[in-house]
Each structure stands twice: as structure tokens, then as C-alpha cells.
Write a protein that binds this ligand. Structure first.
Ligand SMILES: [Fe+2]
Length: 275
């Protein structure tokens, strides 16, 4: 199939070109300021790991080599907006600075990072990057856009659990805010921007479990002990226990699910109007 092989070659060429570009771009933010330098190295390592994780996830979901390559491009570019964000604002909190996904899309446009991909392939990358950091994914144009967006969010979350691990034991002694506890008991996602205490933030991270799409990802989160570590750090209380029981029951059911990307090939959206 010459057409398919040519897409594989084209996507791999875009991936390699962007890997080189990202290396130089990330290095351009290296700084004598220790706080900035630490943040840059942290995000550089996160970028590399998310690219690897989404690759493994795409393979697990049975996608073709060319569709795996497209997923890797998304992993590589998803946080391109982070480097300038921290350097300028000294925070990774979007609500206190800027939407790093939107900034990433602009960088991708200004530097023509997606040149070499067809418009419909570019649309898949842009959609996944745009919605990787939002509370939920906007209505997607088709199953393909949705499937890739889910994969990127899962890959990102799995690595963020890893990044946050050293911060878990920190406590400010103020417990969990009452409205956060209620949401936890109901099994409803909390709004991170409304978190007021260290324990609120832990609860938000724990409740990401409800937002993990694939059993493959949840299995890795579980195996690495992130869920148990978060639970150990929570304050005790009847309502907290109820929330934990609900979460663990959800996890048990989710782990038994059979994963499905929701699409078989990215070419399914090739002829969608306007792409
Ligand atoms: Fe991000």
C-alpha cells in the first residue's frame, strides 16, 4: 500500500524534524536562575516521557504504525507552550497566567511545526493539544479526534502522577474544603482552580481516576502505587472514607474494561468537510 507507506514516512519525517526543533527550543529557555532551570528540565523530561507513554498506549490500542507516529507527534508537542509560560509568569497554573495549550497552538502555527501533514492530520494534532489540559474534551468532530484527545490526556495524566509524587506528603494542616468533600462522596470531579488547601489539591489528583479513559492507563497508575499513596495522605473522616470506597469500586470496574480507541484508522476522518 504505497499511499499508507508514504503517510508513515511523512509522519515520521514530521516527528523527527519536530524532535530536533523541540530540543533546540527547550534548550533556548535554559536559564541561570535555578527555579526556571529546574522547571525547564522537569518539563523537558515530562515531554519525553509523554511521547513514550502515548506511543505505548497507541500500540496497545492496536493502531497502525502511521497512527502511532501521529500520536507521538502529539506527545512531543503537547506542552510546547509550557517553557515560555513558566519563564514569563513563574507558574504552571494556567488560570494565573495563560492557557498553555492555546499558547502551544500559536507556537505550532508561527513555526509551521505541522507542515508536511495534511490539513486533516493537522486538525487531529491541534484538537488533541488544545483539549489536553481542559476539565473535559469539547464535542469532537468525529471518533478519531476524540480517540486521540483521550490518548493524549491519559498519557499526560500518567506522567503527571509521576511528577507529583515527591509533593504528596506535603500538608498545610487545613484539611479538605467542605464542598470538595461533598464532590468526592458523589464521585464528581472538582474544579482545580477552586482548591484552597494542599488536601484539596490531593483530592483533585485522586479524582483524576474518574477522568482516565483507558484501563491500560489506570492499570499503570495503580501498579505504580499513586492511588494508594494519595489515599494515605488524605485526612481521616467518615465522608473521606465514603469517597474512597466509591473511587475504589469505580477503579475495580474500570480495570476490567476492554480498551478501544473508538476508531480503527485516522484515515476515517480524511474526507471530513473542512479538514
Ligand atoms: Fe500540558
Amino acid at each position: 500500500m504505497p499511499e499508507k507507506n508514504s503517510r508513515l514516512a511523512a509522519r515520521r519525517a514530521v516527528l523527527e524534524r519536530n524532535a530536533d526543533w523541540m530540543r533546540d527550543y527547550m534548550k533556548s529557555f535554559y536559564n541561570e536562575d535555578k527555579e526556571i532551570q529546574h522547571a525547564m528540565l522537569m518539563k523537558e523530561a515530562h515531554t519525553g516521557r509523554v511521547k513514550e507513554i502515548i506511543r505505548d498506549l497507541a500500540v496497545h490500542l492496536g493502531l497502525s504504525e502511521e497512527d502511532v507516529a501521529l500520536a507521538e507527534i502529539m506527545g512531543l508537542l503537547h506542552d510546547v507552550g509550557r517553557f515560555r509560560q513558566f519563564t514569563v509568569y513563574r507558574t504552571f497554573k494556567d488560570h494565573l497566567s495563560e492557557d498553555h495549550a492555546a499558547a502551544g497552538l500559536k507556537l505550532m502555527e508561527d513555526n509551521r511545526l505541522l507542515d508536511g501533514l495534511f490539513p486533516w492530520e493537522q486538525s487531529l494534532v491541534r484538537f488533541a493539544v488544545e483539549w489536553h489540559n481542559k476539565k473535559e474534551i469539547a464535542p469532537a468532530p468525529d471518533a478519531c479526534h476524540l480517540g486521540y484527545a483521550k490518548m493524549l490526556r491519559d498519557a499526560d495524566k500518567l506522567d503527571i502522577y509521576h511528577v507529583l509524587e515527591p509533593f504528596l506528603p506535603s500538608k498545610d494542616g487545613s484539611g479538605v474544603s467542605p464542598n470538595f468533600i461533598e464532590k468526592f462522596v458523589e464521585g464528581v470531579q472538582c474544579d482545580y482552580t477552586m482548591s484552597g488547601t494542599e488536601d484539596d489539591r490531593k483530592l483533585v489528583r485522586l479524582m483524576w481516576v474518574y477522568d482516565v479513559y483507558f484501563a491500560w492507563t489506570l492499570q499503570r497508575i495503580e501498579e505504580r502505587g499513586y492511588i494508594k499513596a494519595l489515599i494515605r495522605c488524605l485526612p481521616k473522616g467518615e465522608k473521606v472514607e465514603l469517597g474512597i470506597a466509591r473511587l475504589l469500586e469505580y477503579e475495580r470496574k474500570k480495570l476490567a474494561e476492554k480498551d478501544d480507541a473508538g476508531f480503527r484508522s485516522s484515515h476515517e476522518c480524511e474526507n471530513i468537510e473542512g479538514m
